[in-house]
Design a protein around this ligand. Structure first.
Ligand code: HEM
Ligand SMILES: *[C@@H]1O[C@H](CO)[C@@H](O)[C@H](O)[C@H]1NC(C)=O
Ligand SMILES: *[C@@H]1O[C@H](CO)[C@@H](O)[C@H](O)[C@H]1NC(C)=O
Ligand SMILES: CC(=O)N[C@H]1CO[C@H](CO)[C@@H](O)[C@@H]1O
Length: 437
């Protein structure tokens, strides 16, 4: 089925008006938000009276000096050395360079979620599943570690099959084509970790004439259109997977305004200017405007303030569902599983209902509550598939227990379960062969 027909008759503009569940509740019950902010024991950020709505779907925003991220002392920036691993994720590379992650780029499961919350305001109900997924799909299940880039060196805790391929080796499982800045697997001989400066330049130039440059969600949605079209028109093997594509690739776009913006009393919702964007992406600009990339040099700028903490303000799957809706309204293809069929410009979308045994169809993703269900249920469905393929043997039980125990607490019991994950559709897409279970 072509993606265009999956979207026929949809009133997208109506759905994009919906607010995230927290915002809806909080609007009805202002006490609720106050309680959330009070109960936040990580830090005490005084709520501002004014309600803000703005780019990146930060429904309510407070500003407090303690949003400043320490980049001094033990958190001072240190370039990666020869033995240090860096990979396709600028947010994680920066954490390793600043000592919020181990400098070698090998991250214990628990550190992944706590550091991404502390430094960026990524909600634990987002960060924990992302970290667990990394551990299971491309990490060391026995040692509970995962690599932000290539393979981690083997040690005594490594399972017989190895310690996982790392994020850089997770194409179609975690890492995806049509990234904001990285190149497609088949276009660069499998190098999915290097930033392609021309792609970054396309994003950078979107604010060339702006009076107050700000890489907000609207700008990133324009870039989403560009990156998707770029893959369709240049990569015969372009493939957009149920999890790596719909969830991860779209999140890689929304994370830029949501998690890299600088917050202040003046801009409590955040503003992402050119200097901050370049710093996080390890880009330097010469006097003549030429951009260049320093591999592994991603850096949190001095005087950078993250989004506020607290349930309402942290970036959760619920917040992502809101941003996803706005993407889908402009770039509906990016809400669909599919790919090119061996030639450029042959993008074909697949009926999601067919893949999920009827549990979720493409239109269901446009309901934020259902989208959140899809996010969690899909991890529960695809991880076992990836695991079996890697013949974990006696570790399989350990892995499945970890998956269930870490993800299940976040899943609303009323979510439809994906009882029958059916990946036969991938036969149509030659690019789906990489990383296939
Ligand atoms: C545990 C948490 C995280 C994990 C496991 C993770 C993993 C990944 C992976 C696998 C990719 C490659 C996606 C693709 O190929 O399109 C990626 C890309 C990306 N991530 Fe993360 N990430 C995490 C947190 C973050 C955070 C906190 C930020 C922002 C501060 C961030 C920003 C990005 C961006 C901007 C990209 C796209 C890079 C590019 O294409 O040049 N991520 N991440
Ligand atoms: C963030 O905003 C504050 C307040 O405007 C400013 O002092 C600081 O320099 C900004 N940080 C960055 C990295 O732009
Ligand atoms: C799996 O999907 C294929 C089409 O991609 C379909 O022909 C097949 O009947 C499905 N199998 C099950 C068990 O649903
Ligand atoms: C559950 C579901 O959506 N099944 C569909 C799979 O695809 C075939 C053919 O395209 C349909 O007939 C099924 O209804």
């Amino acid at each position: 089925m072509r993606f265009t027909s999956a979207f026929t008759g949809l009133a997208l503009s109506a759905v994009t008006q919906a607010l995230c569940p927290y915002a809806e509740q909080a609007l009805r019950d202002p006490e609720l938000m106050k309680r959330h902010l009070k109960s936040d024991n990580l830090n005490k950020e005084t709520p501002k009276e004014k309600r803000q709505s703005g780019p990146g779907n930060i429904p309510f925003t407070t500003f407090n000096e303690n949003q400043l991220i320490d980049v001094t002392g033990k958190y001072a920036w240190v370039a990666p050395g020869p033995g240090d691993i860096r990979g396709p994720c600028p947010g994680l590379n920066a954490l390793a360079n600043h000592g919020y992650f181990p400098h070698n780029g090998i991250v214990p499961l628990a550190v992944g979620a706590s550091a991404t919350e502390k430094v960026y305001g990524l909600a634990p109900n987002f960060g924990i599943p992302l970290t667990v997924y990394a551990t299971l799909v491309d990490g060391n299940v026995l040692g509970d570690t995962w690599s932000i880039g290539g393979r981690q060196p083997l040690d005594l805790t490594s399972p017989v099959i190895g310690a996982g391929d790392g994020l850089s080796g997770s194409h179609n499982k975690y890492e995806s084509d049509a990234s904001p800045g990285r190149g497609d697997y088949h276009l660069y001989n499998g190098d999915v970790s290097s930033l392609r400066v021309a792609k970054f330049q396309a994003l950078y130039d979107l604010q060339a004439d702006a009076e107050v440059p700000n890489y907000d969600l609207d700008v990133l949605i324009q870039h989403r259109q560009y990156t998707f079209d770029q893959s369709i028109s240049t990569n015969p093997y372009f493939y957009f997977a149920p999890f790596a594509g719909i969830a991860v690739s779209n999140a890689a776009h929304t994370f830029i305004p949501a998690l890299m913006s600088n917050h202040s009393a003046e801009y409590p919702n955040g503003i992402l200017d050119k200097e901050t964007l370049k710093s996080f992406f390890a880009i330097t600009e010469a006097d003549d405007g030429t951009l260049s990339w320093q591999p592994g040099h991603e850096r949190i700028p001095d005087n950078w303030y993250r989004r506020p903490l607290g349930v309402v303000n942290e970036y959760s799957p619920e917040s992502f569902a809101q941003d996803f809706l706005q993407i889908a309204a402009v770039v509906p293809e990016a809400a669909s599983v599919g790919g090119n069929t061996g030639t450029v410009n042959s993008f074909t979308g697949v009926d999601l209902g067919n893949i999920t045994g009827g549990a979720y169809d493409t239109t269901a993703l446009l309901n934020p509550t259902t989208f959140v269900c899809y996010f969690y249920q899909l991890t529960l469905a695809v991880v076992p598939d990836f695991l079996r393929s890697e013949a974990l043997g006696s570790l399989l039980g350990t892995a499945l227990t970890l998956l269930q125990s870490e993800i299940s607490p976040y899943v609303d019991p009323s979510c439809a379960k994906i009882g029958n994950y059916n990946d036969s559709f991938t036969a149509e897409f030659p690019g789906a062969a990489v990383g296939k279970p």
